[in-house]
Design a protein around this ligand. Structure first.
Ligand code: ZN
Length: 342
């Protein structure tokens, strides 16, 4: 039987367009769509329409003041910060992107598919509860996770492998043990957060796990991080839903960052994740960054293929062979071991 993949997409996402040359542009989505279509011979693609997220759905993550502020940008060109543009149609697109994440969760939790991908623009993981930041207007993955909780999922794991730290997502669930947040990212780097010391607060202590890595980490380093930290942690947490904040800007060709992942590397990481979880655990991918169009297309295709492998072999536990990254990974592991049996 063919595996099935829920796919969220919406024409409004193309209407979020920059006023001048900008890496976060509509052509990214065309590349992502090609990646999904390339799977169609072997995978049943289940189309899931997006819709506007409601105020109540957004307010699980964002302040009402910010939701209203974003709404007032409708029909105008503006900027929230020097990186974060707003087109006349962006407020509508952002609300439909967040609603697309909600619809992805519904498709996964009701069993329409066990795997899914939401091809969303604008991206979301830097958006803070109180405001836009770093190309992001609404925090799509956070709104999706909060919706899953509202639907009764007891534990949601958000795994963020965008090359930038998902500061907005971390902030949204920093005190919440029911949404675990694990991020691998270049560090030090934009947005400046994501050190191993940031591990959650109050009831949420230990449920934020940061894996900061210096520039130059490639397939081997990421494979070691997944086999030694991400996979055992995911297994121990036993999430009822996994959401991937899926940025592909850690690819070696990406113009914004300095990591060295290959497309095949992303595929291997997804297989490692799948092997660590019971087969019935739903996994949904939410698109974040990735600014080289060809790298984005190939990496997304490889990552989705990895997610859809029915019986992936458990990888051998590998170590990073270069000493700088080995030390960094050991440091992240030592910190996480205060809370997890890794
Ligand atoms: Zn990024």
């Amino acid at each position: 039987m063919q595996p099935s993949l829920a796919v969220v997409d919406d024409a409004s996402f193309d209407e979020h367009r920059p006023p001048a040359q900008h890496p976060e542009r509509p052509e990214r989505l065309a590349a992502a769509r090609r990646a999904v279509q390339a799977l169609s011979a072997d995978v049943e693609l289940v189309s899931v329409p997006a819709r506007a997220a409601t105020d109540d759905e957004l307010a699980r993550v964002h302040t009402l003041a910010y939701i209203e502020q974003l709404g007032r940008t409708a029909g105008k060109w503006s900027y929230f910060d020097e990186d974060t543009y707003v087109a006349p149609e962006s407020a509508v697109a952002a609300r439909r992107a967040a609603g697309g994440g909600v619809e992805l969760v519904d498709a996964l939790l009701t069993g329409r598919a066990k795997r899914g991908v939401a091809l969303l623009r604008p991206p979301g993981h830097h958006a803070r509860p109180s405001g836009a930041m770093g190309f992001c207007l609404l925090n799509n993955v956070a709104v999706a996770a909060a919706h899953a909780r509202a639907c009764g999922a007891r534990r949601v794991l958000i795994l963020d492998f965008d090359v930038h730290h998902g500061n907005g997502t971390q902030e949204a669930f920093y005190a919440d043990p029911s949404v675990a947040f694990v991020s691998l990212h270049q560090f030090p780097f934009y947005p400046g957060t994501g050190s191993v010391k940031e591990s959650g607060t109050a009831e949420g202590r230990g449920f934020t796990v940061n894996v900061p890595l210096s520039a130059g980490a490639g397939d081997e380093v990421y494979a070691a991080a997944f086999s030694r930290l991400v996979a055992p942690l995911a297994s121990e947490y036993a999430p009822e839903l996994v959401l991937l904040s899926a940025g592909f800007d850690a690819h070696r060709a990406d113009p914004l960052a300095e990591m060295r992942l290959s497309a095949e590397g992303y595929g291997a990481l997804m297989q490692t994740l799948v092997a660590a979880l019971p087969p019935e655990t739903p996994i949904g991918m939410v698109l974040e960054g990735g600014y080289d169009l060809e790298a984005l297309e190939q990496s997304l295709r490889a990552a989705l293929s990895g997610l859809l492998v029915a019986h992936p072999a458990s990888p051998s536990i590998s170590s990073a062979s270069d000493s700088t990254h080995a030390v960094e990974l050991d440091h992240a592991l030592a910190s996480a071991r205060a809370f997890w049996h890794l």
